[in-house]
Design a protein around this ligand. Structure first.
Ligand code: FUL
Length: 482
């Protein structure tokens, strides 16, 4: 649950979902300003596509979603904590990184912070000598996974919260502990929850200072929040990116984390084709009804079908998926969650295992340079791409097969290192000289997955119908579920 849920009505959300970013007033192909492009770290992060989220802390032991900070640290005692099990489950399912809640809103720290006793230090776990963040980061590295940390700015335990300058110093020092003790992090996760402190005053966060600290101490870590600066929240907690979904954004659209309103949600969902900053979306969603583990929700773990739908509505629309799989009171992931996760991993792996477009003859009606010839769209190398010479108007890519192929999934990928330009596309098939349009769509970005009823074809045409600039298709592949 988000704090903003209190103030956002369902009808406002419904209206938002239907809303689309205003269409550019300029003709297709005409550019206002150079397109935004990703940094190297953003590109690497986007290519990883899937990360696991671990909500763990005192709430695991109370069954609450939001602790109020009065929890007795002695309730924290995950007798069989096994961070390697978390990391192995993530890796086995094809997830490339993991993000842990080092501190949630209740203020309880999973590491022995020098700034408070409200931490693992005061718990019976490992007689107060344990450090979950250390075990977590070590396990991620041992499995070759990226490690990320969530540090809630809202702290319902800390007495200085609400006394703005004092708490901002406190938060900065806690952040510094995390950023300087546990080696390189791939992601630092900030949510915008913001309350009043014991003095009755609302805490004013100093985001520029927070961001500068992360940049200085962990230059390769990407910062997530509603307002970026590196990764944006996708605008809901249901695992659904907008359609269209642009990686670029107007930096003024979401002025600070936690800012609310239908226009803000729409900006997060869809991005902005003419946005000046590259800020790809991350769709966070839980495998269970709640963010924290509860015995009573063991029967409510999402099915593999449901997880596959989440994959299609997040990664398949060009966003990254951050799937929460919370450890239980004994400190391990529950069997049911591990099984569902593994099934998702297998489905994704099986989906891509066989590319029916491999070996096709690729051609285009448009002239291209040799280094951007059509065949480069069907080789697996995402750094090479098909790019027609002309900068405006439709462009098509045709794949001709030696023998007819039957598929139900089309995978499209743009060469996003150079930016994102495709605004709308169409997929056509040829069969016995008849051409049929089987799907149309909007943006592509890092990946667009299009599911179609089984179709058998002699050839497939991908038509980029409109774009913001040069069309660069890094990959077209065709797949069939078994
Ligand atoms: C929100 C929090 O309020 C929830 O408890 C959860 O951590 C979610 C991922 O972010 O802001």
């Amino acid at each position: 649950m988000r704090r903003r849920d209190f103030v956002t009505t369902l009808s406002a959300l419904a209206a938002t979902a239907a809303a689309r970013p205003a269409r550019a007033a300029l003709p297709s192909g005409a550019r206002r300003s150079p397109l935004a492009t990703p940094s190297r770290d953003q590109l690497l992060w986007q290519r990883r596509e899937r990360a696991l989220f671990l909500h763990f802390g005192v709430n695991t032991f109370t069954g609450r979603e939001w602790g109020d900070g009065t929890e007795d640290p002695r309730i924290f005692n995950p007798a069989n904590l096994d961070a390697r099990q978390w990391a192995r489950a993530a890796k086995a399912a094809g997830f490339a990184s993991v993000v842990l809640t080092a501190k949630h809103h209740d203020g309880f720290c999973l590491w022995p912070s020098a700034l408070t006793t409200h931490s693992v230090k005061s718990s019976p776990w490992k007689e107060g000598k344990g450090d979950v963040v250390r075990e977590f980061t070590d396990a991620c590295r041992a499995e070759g996974l990226g490690a990320g940390l969530y540090l809630s700015p809202w702290d319902r335990h800390e007495p200085s919260y609400g006394d703005t300058p004092r708490y901002n110093d406190y938060y900065e020092r806690q952040l510094t502990e995390l950023l300087t003790t546990y080696g390189p992090l791939t992601e630092v996760w900030f949510d915008g929850a913001n309350g009043e402190g014991p003095n009755g005053k609302k805490q004013q966060y100093d985001w520029p200072r927070v961001h500068a600290t992360v940049r200085r101490l962990q230059p390769h870590a990407l910062m997530f929040s509603d307002a970026g600066p590196d990764i944006r929240w996708i605008g809901n907690e249901s695992g659904t990116a907008g359609d269209p979904c642009w990686c670029a954004m107007d930096p003024a659209a979401v002025p600070y984390p936690g800012a609310d309103g239908p226009q803000i949600i729409s900006a997060l969902q869809h991005g902005d084709p003419h946005g000046t900053v590259w800020r790809p979306g991350e769709a966070d969603v839980s495998i269970r009804p709640g963010w924290f583990w509860r015995e009573s929700e063991n029967e409510k773990v999402r099915s593999a079908d449901n997880l596959e739908q989440l994959y299609l509505s997040s990664v398949g629309r060009g966003a990254n998926l951050l799937l929460n799989v919370p450890p239980s009171t004994n400190g391990t992931l529950h069997d049911r969650d591990v099984r569902a996760l593994a099934e998702l991993g297998e489905r994704v792996q099986r989906l891509y295992a066989h590319d029916l477009a491999a070996g096709a003859r690729a051609s285009s009606g448009e002239a291209t340079d040799r280094e951007h010839r059509p065949a480069l769209a069907i080789d697996p190398d995402l750094s090479t791409y098909f790019m027609p010479r002309k900068l405006v108007g439709e462009a098509s890519l045709h794949l001709q097969f030696e023998r007819p192929v039957t598929f139900d999934t089309v995978n499209l990928q743009e060469a996003i290192a150079e930016g994102q330009t495709i605004e709308s596309f169409e997929i056509r098939v040829t069969r016995a000289d008849t051409v049929t349009t089987i799907a149309t769509g909007t943006t592509v970005g890092n990946r667009r997955l299009v599911r179609v009823p089984d179709v058998t074809a002699d050839g497939v045409g991908i038509v980029a119908r409109s774009s913001l600039g040069p069309i660069r298709i890094a990959r077209v592949s065709l797949h069939k579920r078994d």
